[in-house]
Design a protein around this ligand. Structure first.
Ligand code: 8YV
Length: 316
């Protein structure tokens, strides 16, 4: 049987990288543009499978430069960096790693929620600066239990976040493209309506062109000066300039952000704000979850090579 030619796009977890190298002699696409172009010119035609992560993906130009491509195996639940429309047109299978990271990403949302409202990181900085000794008590924060929380995107992760918030006696409403069957949370017809009726808006919608800047200046203003924004989804879902402007002007009480528009760049203005918690896109970043994501990535790859199908295919 002919070996399947596997291309590695971008860095991957060492366990995944080693497995694809030892099992399939995977070749890594060069990072620098001139080398990459030369490489694709010489070898692009040979690759049938690309293994990548949500951070890199197989974008439109790269996909075009791989005419024999049959599958994109994506490490990560988000696949907004891969051109799924072109993949659908060309009959290329795309897989991702859903479900195995729901707990950790939802936990990260809750960590940001508690931190931003109760000002845990700000209070930690206060203690470390010696302000407790010199200034006395830390200023009062905002109660986290019992709040009205709006979840934008009630998918797999959004639902786990909602379940956790039920434990904090929060009243939950949501907006998704369509109402979700089997949940008792209130459906709101638009992001703006959702924002207007909640104290905290949590963004859990998938990235990509369909959700770009769904949270715009009007939605941020609808959350209001007493309200908070949490984003564990993709930076692209929020108009980052509008968010920064609202925070600087005090039109939003605070924000907890794990994702940004141009990672790893974080808007300079946010660094000085004590009411904002900034994380380096670590939502799924635990040993247990990353191992499960690695396992599912490899299971998708192995099954594709064996049978031409994957366990967890993305629907474009
Ligand atoms: C990963 C994520 O860090 O799964 C996702 O969509 O954003 C994170 O779990 C990322 O995909 C790895 O590149």
């Amino acid at each position: 049987m002919k070996n399947t030619a596997v291309l590695q796009v971008g860095p991957l977890m060492p366990a995944v990288q080693e497995a694809i190298r030892s099992e399939y002699d995977a070749v890594r696409l060069p990072d620098s543009t001139p080398e990459r172009e030369e490489f694709l010119h010489l070898h692009g035609e040979s690759f049938e499978v690309a293994v990548t992560s949500g951070k890199f993906g197989v974008g439109p130009d790269l996909m075009r430069a791989l005419p024999s491509l049959r599958a994109v195996i994506n490490f990560g639940v988000g696949y907004d960096t891969t051109d799924v429309a072109q993949a659908a047109r060309r009959g290329i299978t795309v897989s991702n790693t859903p479900d195995v990271l729901n707990d950790c990403v939802a936990d990260t949302a809750i960590a940001l929620y508690l931190d931003v409202l109760r000002r845990v990181s700000a209070a930690d900085r206060f203690v470390r600066r010696g302000d407790w000794l010199s200034k006395g008590n830390f200023p009062l924060a905002t109660k986290a239990s019992g709040k009205r929380v709006g979840i934008l995107g009630l998918g797999r992760i959004g639902r786990v976040i909602a379940r956790r918030l039920e434990g904090f006696d929060c009243s939950i409403s949501y907006h998704s493209r369509n109402p979700v069957d089997g949940v008792s949370y209130g459906y709101k017809a638009s992001p703006r309506e959702l924002a207007a009726g909640c104290d905290v808006l949590i963004v859990a919608a998938a990235g990509g062109s369909g959700s770009a800047k769904l949270v715009d200046a009007a939605v941020i203003d609808a959350i209001g000066p007493e309200g908070y924004l949490i984003n564990i989804a993709r930076g692209s879902v929020v108009d980052e300039d509008a968010l920064v402007a609202a925070l600087l002007a005090g039109r939003l009480a605070g924000a907890g952000l794990d994702v940004f528009a141009e990672e790893p760049k974080v808007p300079e203005d946010l660094l000085a704000l004590d009411n904002v918690v900034l994380l380096p896109h670590l939502g799924s970043g635990t040993h247990e979850t990353r191992a499960a994501m690695a396992e599912l990535t490899l299971a998708n790859l192995r099954q594709f090579v064996e049978s031409g199908s994957v366990l967890t295919a993305v629907q474009a």
